[in-house]
Ligand binder design. Structure first.
Ligand code: ZN
Length: 309
């Protein structure tokens, strides 16, 4: 694997400074001079430009007692925090609140990664207000990176749910499927959550067999992508088909197909957005054939520019 394989929403441009999360004196001073990312109901505060940037607030916008806040890290020496703004209506006086998923490629990758991290942390606080062991209220500790029960003192940490996503290839064909809820024509790589007691390789083999009826071997890691909506981590693999005919064994997919490079270049299906790890996996396989380039052929076929349905 190459270190250059950094996917969209990964590699937020900051130092997470985990060693300072319990340093109350440092935190008090940092809160005064830090930049604050504001979220309202999981929407982030961004500038009004067509290609929006995060709109950082100064210390006087710091949350009042009782509002959740998180130390994200340090950007170029400046502490960076996120906090949740309450209220029934978006606080429009502060600016424009948008869903990161809706902004997608409009965001610069570093900004998108930072905002997705902020969103994931505050979404976790929203759901961890009570102890999962005894039901008593919890309180935020360690600069928002843990919560502790006010009764039994159990500590709770933000969860990350691992999911595999895999490009299965059989020579010049790759296996893509579609879920009924997706936009018309959209096909993507096979994906699913890892279950307790499984290795990642086990999960890859099970998901492909369950969703498409195909057996795989040569399972190899490609790259990963945080998908914090709310808490997934997509672990990308490639695999080789080792037998089996397409059969939709569970109800996850409504269709699965083998597609050649020419089928894909001709725009026979609509691939997921270029910011997705699914696109990266298809591209990795597609470009491995001599003289082929998914990006270039998609543009030549003009289907890359086709608006999302
Ligand atoms: Zn408890």
């Amino acid at each position: 694997m190459s270190a250059a394989r950094s996917n969209f929403l990964a590699a937020a441009p900051l130092d997470r400074i985990g060693h300072l999360r319990r340093d109350e004196a440092w935190l008090a001073a940092a809160r005064e001079r830090g930049d604050w990312v504001a979220l309202w109901r999981r929407k982030v505060l961004v500038s009004a430009e067509a290609a929006p940037r995060p709109l950082f607030l100064a210390a006087d916008a710091m949350p009042e007692a009782g509002q959740d806040w998180v130390l994200l890290g340090e950007r170029a020496g400046v502490p960076c925090f996120a906090f949740a703004v309450g209220g029934e209506e978006p606080p429009v006086a502060l600016g424009r609140f948008e869903d990161i998923r809706g902004l997608g490629e409009l965001l610069e990758p570093g900004d998108a990664a930072l905002l997705a991290y902020a969103r994931a942390m505050l979404a976790w606080h929203e759901h961890q207000g009570h102890c999962s062991r005894c039901g008593a209220p919890t309180r935020s500790i360690e600069a928002g990176h843990a919560r502790q029960c006010t009764s039994c003192e159990a500590k709770h940490f933000p969860r990350v749910d691992p999911a595999i996503i895999v490009l299965v290839a059989d020579g010049d064909q790759c296996l893509l499927g579609r879920q009924p809820s997706w936009p018309p024509g959209r096909y993507s790589t096979i994906a699913g959550f890892v279950e307790p007691g499984e290795s990642l390789e086990d999960a890859v083999a099970r998901e492909v067999a369950e969703e498409a009826g195909v057996r795989v071997d040569q399972v190899e890691y490609h790259s990963s992508q945080p998908w914090p909506f709310p808490s997934s981590l997509m672990l990308g693999f490639t695999a080789r088909a080792a037998g089996g005919r397409i059969a939709l064994r569970d109800s996850e997919l409504e269709d699965a197909r083998w597609l050649s490079r020419d089928d894909i270049a001709a725009g026979e299906v609509i691939l997921p957005p270029r910011v997705s790890i699914a696109w990266r996996l298809v591209q990795h396989w597609f470009d491995a054939a001599p003289g082929r380039c998914l990006e270039r052929e998609a543009e030549a076929g003009s289907w890359l520019a086709r608006p999302e349905p």
